[in-house]
Design a protein around this ligand. Structure first.
Ligand SMILES: [Zn+2]
Length: 69
């Protein structure tokens, strides 16, 4: 059975089985996704925002010997 898109994390797609942005899709709960760590209503406000969050995550990463955010 397909899950309700309003239940799914906008960044990683995890089905949270409740309305993470409210039943109308515009009242974020500000809960944290247990899969990718995004805060609903903060890191997933726009499509580009979601892409950036998916690419960088929330923890600093070590790349090429240096720390990037
Ligand atoms: Zn997620």
């Amino acid at each position: 059975m397909p899950s309700n898109p309003l239940h799914c994390c906008r960044v990683c797609g995890l089905d949270h089985e409740y309305f993470i942005w409210g039943s109308e899709g515009h009242l974020p709960t500000f809960d944290i996704c247990e899969c990718c760590g995004v805060e609903f209503g903060y890191g997933d406000t726009t499509a580009q925002n979601c892409i950036d969050t998916a690419n960088t995550g929330w923890a600093p990463k070590v790349q090429n010997g240096g720390i990037i955010n």
